[in-house]
Design a protein around this ligand. Structure first.
Ligand SMILES: [Fe+2]
Ligand SMILES: [Fe+2]
Length: 509
């Protein structure tokens, strides 16, 4: 019977991937094997406070059958103040000195470390008698935590001492779980290191694009929050924490290739960008020359040419910043192409090309150059060893401009070739680009209009209809909580993610 329980616990411990759930499984299993009434599992933690390293034992899970008190058994956090790591209490004592404590009756042992259980008894009315305290130590001799079992019972529920046999069995199981927890902590540390390294890289890249500096972090935050929303509100989409991490990493990486894109093109704020300054000085020179001619040659017709020149410059300035060029404007641009004043061509070939941009600020050549960022993302990162877990992140990142109807780039993939995570990343990338308020070359699009554009893209077969359908509920949830979000999507998402991170840091302890 006991062997079965030991084997069962060993199996359950080995297959659990959730660090917090492991605490409860281990405590439930060991209290059951030892047949005791109560127990607590503490996890050892260190943190720097005011420049000083402080050590604590934090409550991970607890059981007291008599008092019917249970906590931390399903992976939930226990909100109990940590125990100071010092010789004054039994659990810390066992951890500090790496010793097993096995006492038959805490009331018959004079050691001061047993004052704690006696005080606990006086407050709760419980009666602590036999106690087994075992430090959880990994193979590097690092303390991982401490297990404390209370009141071992015989088959008639009389409290008896913990036998040597039980002590050995629980010690062996504790060593096993210490090793697993240590590996999990190491994996967790590695993942945090990877995430922070990628985040630094992203921030460095986004510093290159001052008009678009929040894009990657906003898209990542939107993907994270949307996946949480789907897990909570849909029956058809269920993402495991690994799948969520893979999408998070893909979102972080998706625009890394922008590092290889020419800054002047990436940040081009208007059609002509800095070329407008050359045009202004060229026109100014011509105006001066016309004035000189007027007086030197006594030619009043020069005045008309100056007026015409002023009007042309005003028109060019207007076209430079216009969101869209209509046919009438295009006709006048075409007239300006070959226009000369005093034998000087008003516009160069590059300036003419810029003025012919119908919508946006980029020529087709410049747009193609920017589109190369997807291929560059894959090329820059292809040799990074992301490991098995994140293998798909780079694939998803490399597909974020593909569309379901095959009209995207760079590979013109379609339909089933694009998985759910890729489809989410594509939607969020577009949603942030539309709603962003930090881009001088485009007006901020209100949230409802942006959603309408996404719906239109669904109708064209470009985006996933179900996911965009769920996006409606996701947006409504945000609107209900934060009010009008026009121009504030990025700020709101980043604030939510910041608060989530702070909470996670707090919960760690
Ligand atoms: Fe992109
Ligand atoms: Fe993007």
């Amino acid at each position: 019977m006991m062997l079965e329980k030991i084997l069962e616990l060993g199996k359950n411990i080995a297959k659990e991937n959730d660090y917090n759930k492991l605490f409860g499984i281990f405590l439930k299993g060991t209290t059951d094997i030892a047949n005791c009434d109560a127990g607590t599992l503490y996890i050892y933690k260190e943190r720097v406070e005011d420049g000083e390293l402080k050590k604590y034992l934090c409550f991970a899970s607890t059981i007291n059958h008599t008092l019917k008190q249970y906590g931390g058994l399903e992976g939930e956090k226990l909100n109990l103040p940590p125990v100071i790591f010092s010789d004054t209490n039994a659990s810390s004592y066992a951890g500090i000195h790496r010793v097993i404590l096995n006492v038959d009756d805490v009331y018959k042992d004079d050691h001061s470390i047993w004052m704690g259980p006696r005080k606990y008894d006086s407050i709760t009315g419980y009666h602590t008698q036999s106690v087994l305290v075992i430090p959880l130590i990994d193979k590097k001799d690092d303390l991982i935590g401490v297990l404390q079992l209370i009141n071992c019972m015989d088959k008639d529920n009389n409290v008896i001492p913990f036998s040597k046999e039980i002590e050995k069995i629980i010690f062996s199981l504790s060593s096993q779980v210490a090793m697993i927890l240590s590996n999990m902590l190491l994996t967790n540390d590695m993942e945090e290191l990877l995430d922070s390294a990628i985040n630094s890289l992203v921030n460095a890249i986004e510093a290159k694009t001052p008009f678009n500096a929040l894009h990657t972090n906003t898209v990542t935050g939107l993907c994270d929050l949307f996946v949480d929303y789907l897990n909570k509100n849909s029956s058809e989409y269920k993402f495991s924490s690994d799948e969520k991490d893979v999408l998070h990493m893909a979102a972080q990486l998706h625009d890394v290739g922008k590092i290889g894109i020419n800054d002047d093109i990436l940040n081009k704020p208007t059609r002509l960008a800095t070329r407008i300054d050359y045009i202004r000085s060229r026109f100014e020179n011509l105006r001066l020359q016309l004035l000189v001619n007027k007086y030197e040659k006594n030619d009043p017709s020069m005045d008309n040419l100056v007026t015409e020149l002023n009007s042309d410059l005003e028109f060019i300035e207007n076209v430079n910043n216009a969101p869209f060029i209509d046919d009438a404007k295009m006709e006048r641009i075409n007239e300006l192409c070959n226009k000369k004043v005093l034998g000087v061509k008003l516009l160069t070939d590059e300036e003419i090309e810029d003025l012919h941009i119908v919508k946006g600020t980029l020529t087709s050549k410049e747009r193609e150059h920017i589109q190369e960022h997807v291929v560059k993302t894959v090329n820059i990162l292809k040799d990074v060893k992301f490991g098995k877990k994140y293998h798909d992140s780079l694939i998803i990142a490399g597909q974020h401009h593909e569309l379901l109807d095959g009209s995207g780039y760079p590979k013109r993939l379609k339909g089933d070739e694009l998985n759910t995570q890729t489809r989410i990343l594509t939607i969020m990338d577009i949603f942030d680009s539309l709603t962003a308020s930090d881009r001088p070359y485009k007006a901020t699009i209100p949230v409802e209009k942006a959603y309408g554009i996404l719906c239109a893209m669904v109708n064209e077969g470009k985006l996933d209809p179900k996911l965009v359908g769920y996006l409606r509920g996701f947006i409504d949830e945000l609107l209900a909580k934060y009010g009008n979000l026009d121009g504030k999507i990025a700020k709101t998402v980043l604030q939510i993610k910041k608060e989530e991170k702070e909470l996670k840091e707090k919960e760690k302890f």
